[in-house]
Each structure stands twice: as structure tokens, then as C-alpha cells.
Design a protein around this ligand. Structure first.
Ligand code: FAD
Length: 316
């Protein structure tokens, strides 16, 4: 059973996502420990209620109509450190893990300095930056199966990690805990790398404005015929000929879209792959800009952009 004292009704999600847009959740439950998270998911499943697991809301777009089901906020934050390994609940902010790693002279999370969101969100999307990815440090993941009411551990291999991808995007798996494998390193070197990565973020991302990070995935050249053709032949993109990706932000920039506005939202003039809520934007404003960017890049360069952000949809 849900702890009825903690189950809230008609809760605005506006303050629970970094775009600061969207409607309300019909039900909202904050899970402060792993058991509460599992019980909430199981209860929703038993009652045939649609549920959405929310981390810090730094990579979701909440529609104006809100969510007609239960939003379960993963806020369980227990952690145990054993040698070079973290046994961590997935509601923990990545920032806390990065800080803990630095203070223990553990290397492996330098790339994540300044990465917003929880460990669960990072595993779900295999978040990455500055050449590192979440998968690089994952040993095992504990997932919960609401149909059978059991939790089990799976290996990193079974998580099906790829570029901004995990199997959880397809199977809706509930990620409860994870084992992070780090390595003893030099404290000063670790801190220096973290600082350098943080400074790159400050230089390139519109951090003072409300956003959900990169809206689109970069174009993987090995998987996109149009993308690799463009990188071979188009003067604006040949610098990426031998790279793994064509940056989506550059495609949007070269399509002349930086600074494009819809209502209170704008394609950032600092980074083409960010949409920012400049002033009282709605989710619909952001959705309009997403459509504009996709259509323009497709028309101009023949390349299909795919969303990295998740849209919280009530309908199956
Ligand atoms: C300024 C800014 C900079 C950013 N920079 C980067 C970057 O450099 N690299 C990058 O990869 N991303 C970046 N992001 C995006 C975002 O920070 C990451 O995707 C982050 O990992 C999302 O975590 P979250 O807890 O906020 O997840 P949420 O946004 O709350 O959720 C994202 C998805 O994860 C699912 N999810 C969350 N927790 C669980 C769980 N326990 N079990 C199952 N599913 C779960 C949700 O259902 C949802 O589908 C940035 C965002 C911002 C705002």
C-alpha cells in the first residue's frame, strides 16, 4: 500500500523540472527510501495506474496537460562506500557522487562534474560528457520488477548501454540501486580535471537560463548515411569527417536557428542544442521549437534529429 500521508493529489510539476513548465500530476509520491520506491511502483502496477519515475527533472519535458497517473519521485539517497566502490541509491544527485569521489581521491567521475540530475536519470539515458559516459563506471544495477514484486541485480552488459541509450528506455525498468566502480587516483589531478570540465560547461552552455540540457542527440555518423555524407562533403561539417558524431547544436546553428523564439522559449544563442525558457514559456512553446529545429535541419541538410529529452506522456 502507498503511505497515504505521502501520496499527494494534483501536484504541479512546474517546480519539479528544470524547464519550469508543464501541468500537474494527478498523483505525486516522493520515495525517500528504496523500499518505498518499490512499493509505490508495485501499487501503481497492481492498480493499472500509469506511472512515471522522476529523478531531478533535468531531462524531461512536462506537457501542459500534465500527467494523468502517478509521478513517483525517486528521492532515495542511501550510499555505502566500500573501497573503490559506491553502493548507491539511484535518487542520489550525481553532484553528490562527484563530490564524494573527489573527497576520497577516487577517479572515474571527473567527466560528470556539473552534470545535473540523479544517478537513476544518468543510468537511464547513459548520460555523458567530455568523453566519459555513465556506463564506464557501472558495475551492476539493481532493478525492480513490479509484475513479480522482486528486485534483482543485472550486469552493466545487461543494461544495453549505447550512446544516450539504455535498455530501460525500451523496457521501462525501475532502477533502484547501482554499484559504481571507481579507481584510486591522485586527488589534485582529479580535482583539476573536474574543474576543467566544469569550466567548459560554463563557457559553452547557457547555465544561467532554464533548460533541460541538450534537446537532441548528436548524429552518430556510423548510423546515419545522410550525416556521414554531410561530414564528407559540406564545408561547414568536414571537421567532423573522422569523428563519431556530428553535433546537433552545430546543425541547428548552421540552419540559422540560434535565437529563434516561440512564445517565451528560445533556441539558445549560446548553444544551438539548448532550448531555454526565457520568460514564462509553456511546454507548447518548447514543442514548437523542437518541431521547427527538426524540420529546418531535415530540409537544409537531410538529417533527422532525434530527441534526447523525454516527453512525459500520459497516454500509452
Ligand atoms: C544545464 C544542463 C546540462 C546538462 N548537461 C548534460 C550533459 O552534459 N550530458 C548529459 O548526458 N545530459 C546532460 N543534461 C541532461 C540531464 O542532466 C541528464 O540526462 C540527467 O542524467 C537526467 O537525470 P534526472 O535525474 O534529472 O532525470 P529526469 O529528467 O528526472 O528523468 C529522465 C528520464 O530518466 C528516467 N528515470 C529517472 N530516474 C529513474 C529511475 N530510478 N529508474 C528508471 N528510470 C528513471 C525518467 O523516467 C525519465 O524518462 C543536462 C541538463 C541540464 C539542465
Amino acid at each position: 500500500m502507498f503511505d497515504r500521508n505521502l501520496l499527494q493529489e494534483n501536484v504541479s510539476l512546474k517546480d519539479r523540472n528544470t524547464y519550469r513548465v508543464g501541468g500537474a500530476a494527478r498523483y505525486f509520491f516522493e520515495a525517500h527510501d528504496a523500499e518505498a520506491l518499490q512499493r509505490a511502483v508495485q501499487e501503481a502496477h497492481k492498480n493499472g495506474m500509469r506511472y512515471f519515475l522522476l529523478g531531478s527533472g533535468t531531462n524531461v519535458l512536462v506537457p501542459e496537460e500534465g500527467f494523468d497517473g502517478i509521478v513517483i519521485k525517486a528521492d532515495h539517497q542511501h550510499i555505502e562506500v566500500q573501497g573503490d566502490e559506491f553502493y548507491a541509491d539511484t535518487g542520489i544527485p550525481m553532484g553528490a557522487l562527484v563530490a564524494q569521489a573527489a573527497s576520497l581521491s577516487l577517479s572515474g567521475l571527473e567527466w560528470a562534474a556539473g552534470l545535473p540530475g540523479t544517478l537513476g536519470g544518468a543510468i537511464f539515458g547513459n548520460a555523458g560528457s567530455h568523453g566519459g559516459e555513465t556506463k564506464d563506471v557501472i558495475g551492476e544495477v539493481e532493478i525492480f520488477d513490479p509484475a513479480h514484486g522482486i528486485a534483482r541485480s543485472i550486469s552493466a552488459k545487461e543494461c544495453g548501454f549505447g550512446y544516450r541509450h539504455s535498455a530501460f528506455k525500451e523496457n521501462g525498468g525501475v532502477i533502484v540501486r547501482a554499484v559504481l566502480r571507481l579507481e584510486k587516483g591522485d586527488a589534485a589531478a582529479i580535482t583539476a580535471r573536474m574543474k576543467e570540465n566544469m569550466n567548459k560547461r560554463i563557457a559553452h552552455q547557457p547555465l544561467a537560463q532554464r533548460s533541460a540540457g541538450c534537446v537532441f542527440k548528436n548524429v552518430e555518423l556510423a548510423a546515419s548515411r545522410e550525416g556521414s555524407e554531410l561530414a564528407r562533403t559540406h564545408a561547414d561539417f568536414t571537421a567532423f569527417r573522422d569523428a563519431r558524431f556530428l553535433p546537433a547544436g552545430l546543425l541547428i546553428d548552421k540552419a540559422g536557428l540560434k535565437g529563434t523564439r516561440a512564445g517565451g522559449a528560445m533556441i539558445s544563442d549560446k548553444h544551438g542544442n539548448f532550448i531555454v525558457n526565457e520568460s514564462h514559456a509553456t511546454a507548447d512553446d518548447i514543442i514548437r521549437l523542437i518541431a521547427i529545429a527538426k524540420a529546418a535541419v531535415r530540409e537544409k541538410f537531410g538529417v533527422r534529429l532525434e530527441e534526447e529529452i523525454r516527453i512525459m506522456r500520459s497516454k500509452r
